[in-house]
Design a protein around this ligand. Structure first.
Ligand code: BDP
Length: 712
């Protein structure tokens, strides 16, 4: 038998030709809903399963959305969309609920039981026989369940997933939080302007709102807070209620409720009351009236999100009332309409009030005593860690500590502290790490939750999230809000296959890149449990030397506490004792540096520079090695991407390549500045082989970024 060997260069050329034929340039607008043509064999199978689409019963806006999505998806994948029909044939795609098609479950007790277990929003997908015909069944108990099922089925069709599945959300509240201002700027937004064009609303409704709804429904997100937690009173005036109602009308068919961030002092600032004291009857009445007004325009309005007595925001403590007094007053206003209040636990003591000796302890100290004191429709929304969305934090001690209060997790999707949308950091691994942490109260963090909120990274950029890979963080957040026990790697694999290609030569390496990316950022910014060393106010770039800000706990030196003798924050009993806020098992384990996970070492301990690390290196040498690893892994990300060039469309390839080049520069900047600074403090020489920073410390200290994006 003769064999032909292609010269490597020719093979490469053919590969790239093939890729260019299949991979037309893309700008990222389609997200993971690309529906690109399938290979012939897959098309044949899929065509046989979609001879027509049948939806028994009267259509609703939600089933219209499901049918439109199926037709859009099938047209993309097969070249043409099947027609909808009234009756099933062999090969129908049938969408049915028990009320739309009573015969579906009437004679099938097993299916009835399966469906009953899925609740209002779940769905099941199955190849089965209905009315004597072989069909693909998408079944649910509600139209929203059908829509979710349609998206899940399309996902499987696009990447060759299983034909049979059943799924129901584990959390009832799966929200996005937009930190979007009414002038269209976005606090900590790195993807253009706000997608909400408040000025144009309610008349002008961008097509993006519908595509936003589709993307979120495809993940099962069922609520969105439209405006910044640092809220303005005007958002609750009649004209903004009308604008909000217009958005609500667009999102409703997709199962997404709208919510607003409410400023606690709204009635006072609008000059409609003489105080904002939550116990004052005029204030209580004002909020009741306001809720009635909102619900008249938006009957399914979700409720309020509130940031109170934190970072200068007003709140009940201004009137010597508690967070519970404030939250319950608002809760009473929305309760008759089935609304909820999400009250944030991200608190800072206002000036002059009680200030914990360690900022990490503040929220627990204020909220733990209030467990059991909140009204039934209040949820306390807790950031994943006790400081503030750092590249790595231990889980917040409030998880597991408030058994009588429903808690929501607040994750940040936008990467305020992880390199904006310029650096690649797949957050699925970070979310997973927090969610699967054992609180030692009989539950993992995930099991303590009633809901999840993700601070959105969505903006007006063509690719929505500022970079192609930041779309993955929106995706991972949504999938984990649906199932907090899902695995970050599986989610990455699904996203990569949908967003780039199911071809294993593409999706495999991309998943590997994603899985190392966040740890790379941790290493080049804040290794070994260091935290909060970013530039003042904009939070870009290294600034471990900053020591002159108004509040001690705004200064990086407060957090790393490095001096000639050592480094780290002692949060054990001999220090701030923040450890005491965790379950005794954790407190005991973390009390000793030898049994503290290395990745959190300097979060909990202040250690001498010559402390012996398990690696055999001194702490000083280990710190340097981590910084170097961060840079090396970032170079790896770039090299791996370059190797994928023949398989990625030219436009997205170039875009990601430029971001990764920029990331290498950012990693080197962080590494060099931190090495220069910590060396100036420790006075220790660099071990042999460790490269000195490119510039003297003064150079890094003089860097300024007055126009960094996303400032609050
Ligand atoms: C911090 C942000 C700030 C937010 C605040 C919050 O820097 O812009 O307003 O969180 O969550 O991380 O309220």
């Amino acid at each position: 038998m003769m064999r032909f060997f292609l010269p490597a260069a020719l093979a490469g050329l053919l590969l790239s030709l093939a890729a260019t034929v299949f991979a037309a340039d893309e700008d990222g607008y389609d997200l993971w809903l690309r529906y690109r043509p399938l290979e012939r064999a897959a098309q044949t199978t899929l065509k046989a399963q979609t001879r027509n689409i049948v939806l028994p019963g009267a259509p609703t806006p939600t089933t219209d959305a499901a049918l439109a999505e199926l037709q859009r998806g099938l047209k993309g994948m097969l070249g043409q969309a099947p027609a909808t029909a009234a009756t099933t044939v062999d090969g129908s795609l049938l969408l049915a609920t028990p009320s739309r098609l009573p015969s579906l479950t009437a004679a099938d007790a097993a299916l009835r039981a399966d469906l009953a277990a899925l609740g209002d929003e779940g769905y099941l997908l199955r190849q089965t026989r209905v009315h004597g015909h072989k069909v693909t069944l998408v079944a649910a108990n509600s139209d929203i369940g059908l829509l979710y099922g349609a998206f899940a089925w399309l996902r499987g069709a696009a990447i060759g997933g299983t034909a049979a599945a059943s799924s129901a959300p584990k959390l009832q509240l799966r929200l996005l939080n937009h930190w979007d201002n009414l002038d269209r700027s976005v606090e900590r937004g790195y993807s253009g302007q706000s997608i909400w064009d408040w000025w144009g609303l309610p008349e002008i409704k961008d097509q993006r709102y519908t595509d936003y709804a589709r993307a979120n429904a495809s993940l099962g997100i069922n609520g969105t807070v439209l405006n910044n937690v640092n809220s303005k009173p005007e958002v609750l005036t009649a004209s903004f209620i009308a604008k909000t109602a217009a958005v609500a009308d667009i999102l409703r068919p997709y199962g997404i409720k709208v919510y607003l961030s409410a400023r606690f002092s709204t009635p006072l600032e609008l000059h409609e009351t003489s105080t904002a004291d939550p116990l004052a009857p005029e204030v209580q009445q004002w909020w009741k009236n306001k809720a009635d007004e909102i619900y008249k325009a938006i009957p399914d309005f979700g409720g309020f999100l509130v940031k109170a007595n934190s970072e200068g925001q007003p709140g009940p403590q201004d009137y010597h009332r508690t967070h519970a007094d404030g939250a319950n007053m608002l809760a009473a206003a929305v309760a008759p309409h089935k609304g909820i209040v999400m009250w944030r636990a991200f608190v800072y003591a206002p000036k002059g009030a009680h200030l914990a000796d360690d900022r990490a302890k503040q929220a627990y100290e204020e909220f733990k005593p209030l467990d059991g004191k909140f009204a039934a429709n209040v949820l306390v929304q807790v950031k994943n860690g006790a400081i503030d969305f750092q590249p790595r934090e231990p889980f917040h001690p409030l998880f597991g500590a408030m058994p009588k209060t429903p808690l929501m997790m607040e994750f940040q999707i936008t990467k305020e502290y992880l390199g904006y949308s310029t650096d690649m950091a797949y957050l699925g691994t970070m979310y997973e790490e927090t969610l699967e942490s054992d609180t030692h109260t009989g539950k993992t963090v995930a099991q303590t939750l009633s809901g999840m909120a993700g601070v959105a990274n969505i903006g007006s950029d063509r690719n929505w999230s500022g970079s192609h890979f930041d779309q993955a963080n929106w995706y991972a957040y949504g999938r984990l809000a649906w199932n907090p026990q899902a695995k970050a790697r599986d989610i990455a694999a699904e996203w990569a296959a949908l967003t780039f290609s199911p071809d294993r030569r593409v999706a495999g390496p991309i998943v590997d890149m994603m899985m190392i990316s966040r740890e790379a950022v941790v290493n080049y910014m804040t290794p070994l449990g260091l935290h909060h060393m970013m530039g003042t106010s904009h939070h870009h770039g290294p600034a471990p030397w900053v020591d002159n800000l108004e509040r001690p706990d705004w200064n990086p030196v407060y957090y790393h506490r490095a001096d000639r003798n050592g480094i780290g924050f002692n949060r054990t009993a001999s220090g701030s004792n923040a450890l005491e806020q965790y379950a005794p098992e954790i407190a005991r384990q973390y009390a000793d540096p030898r049994t503290t996970p290395e990745q959190l070492l300097l979060w909990f301990h202040h250690l001498p520079w010559d402390y012996a690390m398990p690696s055999g290196r001194t702490l000083w040498a280990e710190l340097l090695a981590r910084y170097d690893k961060g840079v090396a892994d970032t170079r790896q990300l770039h090299a791996r991407w370059v190797a994928l060039k023949p398989l990625i469309d030219a436009r997205r390839y170039a875009d990601v390549e430029q971001h990764l080049t920029r990331q290498i520069n950012n990693a080197v900047l962080w590494r060099d500045a931190c090495v220069a600074y910590f060396q100036s403090v420790s006075g220790l020489p660099l071990p042999p082989g460790v490269q000195p920073p490119a510039h003297p410390l003064e150079y890094y200290k003089a860097l300024r970024y007055p126009y960094a994006p996303g400032r609050g």
